[in-house]
Write a protein that binds this ligand. Structure first.
Ligand code: URA
Length: 232
């Protein structure tokens, strides 16, 4: 592929910035300075910018620790999760994989892997999502049993969830679906109320607790492979 495309798709430059960086001799390909933005290079080439390695890959994957107050969308009249990641993410066509409510915090995957996102969000694949919750009232054994058997929520019946309690009002719930306000609706259906919700796992991914709310990092190769294995 063209060198300027390689650099812009790796997220570090826009296409025109890439052209300038190349022409000014900042880019080394397989040990040689290349000053022609249109030069074709192999996807596997070793590319350095100012001496630092630049990695191209077809898709990019970011783990964001979503804070409260941000909408899980690429565009909205309010603040969106895309305001928390580098501006290049929008240029690269990245989007949040699924939605967390504005007041829900925790693990949100941001990617431009459309086919992957389609698979991970498809009800067919039953990708598990685990949330740490706090509820307003002690969760009764009966309520927990009802959630673990599947609840009638009006427009759908939830699949059996798994619930573990640390104390009567705090615990973890794992669901395999991702319906709108699902967990809040499940708690409401048993006469309770969610007061805090944080996603800590999404399929094989676990929230990196070193990320403070609002911080992000790229997924490791291991995490990407685990995610890709979900639908292989
Ligand atoms: N369930 C909810 O009710 N809200 C979320 O943000 C995620 C799951």
């Amino acid at each position: 592929m063209r060198l300027d495309k390689y650099l812009s798709e790796s997220g570090i430059f826009s296409r025109s910035e890439a052209g300038k960086a190349i022409r000014s001799g900042r880019i080394l390909v397989d040990g040689t300075v290349v000053k022609d933005p249109s030069r074709h290079i192999a996807e596997t080439a070793s590319v350095l910018c100012d001496g630092k390695p630049v990695f191209w890959s077809k898709y990019q994957y970011i783990m964001l620790h979503k804070p409260q107050g941000y909408v899980s969308a690429t565009e909205d009249k309010g603040r969106t999760v895309m305001d928390l990641v580098p501006p290049s993410c929008i240029r690269l066509g990245m989007f949040p994989c699924g939605r967390l409510d504005i007041d829900t915090t925790g693990l949100l995957l941001i990617t431009n892997d459309g086919p992957g996102a389609h698979n991970w969000l498809s009800p067919k694949h039953h990708v598990t999502k685990t949330y740490r919750f706090t509820c307003a009232l002690p969760l009764t054994e009966d309520a927990r049993t009802r959630m673990e058997s599947g609840l009638e929520l009006g427009d759908f019946t939830s699949q059996p969830a798994s619930v573990s309690l640390e104390d009567p009002q705090n615990g973890e719930i794992t669901i395999t679906e991702g319906k709108f306000h699902q967990i809040k609706r499940m708690f409401a259906a048993v006469g309770n109320e969610i007061t805090s919700l944080k996603r800590v796992r999404f399929g094989p991914l676990t929230l990196d607790e070193t990320l403070q709310p609002g911080e992000w990092r790229y997924l490791t190769d291991e995490e990407i492979h685990a995610l890709q294995a979900v639908h292989s």
